[in-house]
Design a protein around this ligand. Sequence first.
Ligand code: COA
Ligand code: AMP
Length: 632
Amino acid sequence: MTSSFNKIYQYSIQKPEEFWKDISEDIHWYKKPSKILNKANPPFYKWFEDGVTNTCYNAIDVHIDKGNGDKTALIYDSPITNKKAKFTFNELREKISKFAGALDNQGVKKGDRVIIYMPMIPEAVIAMLACGRIGAIHSVVFGGFASNELASRIDDSKAKILITASCGFEPGRTVEYRPLVDGALKLANHKVGKVIFFQREGHEVNLNSPLEIDWEEALVNAKDKDCIEIGANDFAYILYTSGTTGIPKGIVRDIGGHIVALKWTMKNIYNIDENDVWWSASDIGWIVGHSYIVYAPLFKGCTTVLFEGKPVGTPDAGVFWRIISEYKIKSLFTAPTAFRAIKKEDPDGKFFSKYNLSSFESLFLAGERADPDTIKWAENLLNVPVIDHWWQTETSWAISSNCTGIEMQKTKYGSACKAVPGYDVKIIKPDHSIAKPNEMGDIVVKLPLPPGTFPTLWKADKRYEENYMTNYKGYYQTYDAGHIDEDGYIWIMSRTDDIINVAGHRLSTGAIEEVLSEHQSVAECAVLGIADKLKGQLPIGMVVLKSGVEKDNDTISKECIQMVRDKIGPVAAFKVVIVIKRLPKTRSGKILRGTIRKIADKEEYKMPATIDDPVILEEITQSLIENNILNK
Ligand code: COA
Ligand code: AMP
């Protein structure tokens, strides 16, 4: 007998248009699409092309119009500032429509880009949804990025306006946004029209340039703005993510497909209904935050939690359990690193035993590989299913998962479960043939991708096509490698490009290398991600100095570390630079980063046949020992 999951999955692959047409009936359209999928110009597929809808209407107003205006939409819990607040759908709409009016007063129109560089406060969510209300395209920039990264996003998006706050709070330090914003505005070639500052209580900044406006002042003459009718293929947002160079890729999200797919995932993947309370402990600066703090739960009409804190230290390793019990959360979604942090601090679950978690039904993990040890530890502690699922900024929702709202699958530790309906996942071998079960290769998804994924890159159709759709014609290349087993379970083993995953944050080692190369004393360098028990991976740098450099190695290391912090941001967690004499290379001059990484991770490696001088590997091993890397 075919299981219900298999039936639904097969139908989604064999009849994608029928499958998504039915699902699209579940959202609000001002004008329903007459055509579900336009396949005329691959790889540029268009879902729901002539449909007309609005992101904010589907997130907020639709629930009010159904009579649920007094239901809590958003819970803000900030252990770092000791603040809590709840907002009903009615209250959120009032704030969003007013702020949309403020944006309108500043000349923000449909299609204009708005950068949001803010901490985890309700105003960030309000700003995102206000953009959706008037058809502006937001681009949220994670608060842990430095001026340079902010500037590159301002330049690429040509943003009309930047919305920020006076500060953010990290344990033990206040993140002043003002100098970061000033730095970015100086570095950017494109000039933003205005900067709106939300002033955090007790941490106000003086606004002294005509460019700057106080959030509250911006609201003074603002009229409530209604949702505009907008084309399904217009863009809701741009979210920049690491590419293989320092130039980030602007992932865009089209409006119609985004609403249709994300709303569907809440029940089908996460088993969340309208009256449930859902929590995604991430940051709105990342895709997980976009999709599962803000959009999907609000499209579904359930309650979502915005958490400004850390899994440990705010104030302790019990904060996740406090939040789950206080708000009766049904499911939590976070990165494995958060659980590794809790496990490290409270291995025996002493904090856990203080709380009543009877509402809690499942834990979802993604963003990096969930190591079986952590999954088993969480399962034992929580006594609920712990589900590893796999996805990317590019897709905005899970490519593979246990679809708990359709039919629960058994857990295989180390696998991110099966392809989700809509995704036809294959493994392709180096000879371009499709792999058999358990054979390793590049993980690809047959085109067209389902709705809600990225139809292109911001103003970069060519980069989209060349980067993702060219190596394997007819497929989207995920840049992840792994295998699919005989039961259809997907095993994600590694990235095939230079992306590393640090505490669930995606970073490009190439971008860090670009920064190191700018150091006056550095002749060449390599950056690699080495295994780390807490963060999954950590970047380390190896630099070879120019001849005649007189500065001592320690000073150079410190300068390099500071440069990465200043140019990329603290989020890179870049703390180790080793000065070495030479880098191992192939005879054609390619740096053997993979081999160095294996040495650092104490993995077995074969002497590369093409290495120019094998002795260098011994020197590298010695340096790693001296720098305490191999002893960890
Ligand atoms: N604004 C400014 N700085 C930030 C920041 C933000 N929003 N978020 C992180 N940083 C800074 C931190 O303060 C830290 O700076 P430091 O070098 O001065 O200490 C640095 O960036 C690295 O931060 P982080 O990776 O968060 O490490 P941590 O040691 O502070 O905390 C964890 C470790 C595991 C607790 C933390 O990474 C975590 O909570 N991870 C959850 C994963 C997650 O949300 N992933 C998102 C994708 S699902
Ligand atoms: P991001 O775009 O920041 O969400 O990062 C996406 C990348 O994170 C993927 O391409 C994977 O390399 C990695 N990733 C995300 N989820 C998982 C998972 N469940 N298992 C293994 N790797 C994952």
